[in-house]
Design a protein around this ligand. Structure first.
Ligand SMILES: [Zn+2]
Ligand SMILES: [Zn+2]
Length: 170
């Protein structure tokens, strides 16, 4: 699969990165979007000496694995618990002794076609109806003062009212 990984040769784009295999209750997630944050930049500079696929902020769709969330759209948190150690079995996977971190520590991340994570513990399902962003604007109403903050009429202007901040160009 395609992946942007940190290797001994630096930041490397690969077309043939090994496809991740979900273990335990991990989900295989097809990445839709991923964000770049400063941690990624620090990792590239050598922080934590990470080697592997970068990316720990993502939204994707569960396409495999045994998580029970097949087909769900999920956002990922970054910690992946093992589900096996004493602390996981005690119900506190956030303190897992074998915890890895997506895209940061011993776990390939989201700058790839797929990654694995543990959605039952570290991701939130999102209804598909929330997928449209930005939300559609309501253009049927005439522009009014927002929330009644202005009591005076708009300034004399020869220009027709336009949507605020130029969000619409037509
Ligand atoms: Zn981050
Ligand atoms: Zn554990």
């Amino acid at each position: 699969m395609r992946a942007l990984a940190l290797t001994d040769n630096g930041l490397t784009y690969a077309n043939d990165w090994p496809h991740p295999a979900p273990s335990g209750q991990q989900a295989l997630i097809r990445i839709r979007q991923a964000g770049i944050c400063n941690t990624d930049l620090e990792l590239v500079k050598g922080y934590l000496h990470f080697r592997g696929v970068l990316g720990h902020e993502f939204v994707g769709e569960v396409v495999g694995g045994d998580s029970g969330w097949l087909g769900a759209r999920v956002v990922g948190e970054i910690n992946v618990a093992c589900g096996q150690c004493d602390l996981c079995r005690a119900g506190i996977p956030s303190q897992c002794r074998n915890r890895t971190t997506v895209g940061i520590r011993q776990h390939d991340g989201a700058f790839a076609d797929h990654c694995t994570a543990s959605p039952t513990r570290s991701a939130t399902p999102k209804p598909c109806s929330s997928s449209r962003w930005p939300p559609p604007t309501n253009s049927s109403k005439a522009p009014t003062s927002p929330r009644g903050m202005r009591s005076s009429p708009p300034t004399n202007s020869s220009k027709a009212p336009t949507s605020p901040r130029g969000m619409r160009s037509s």
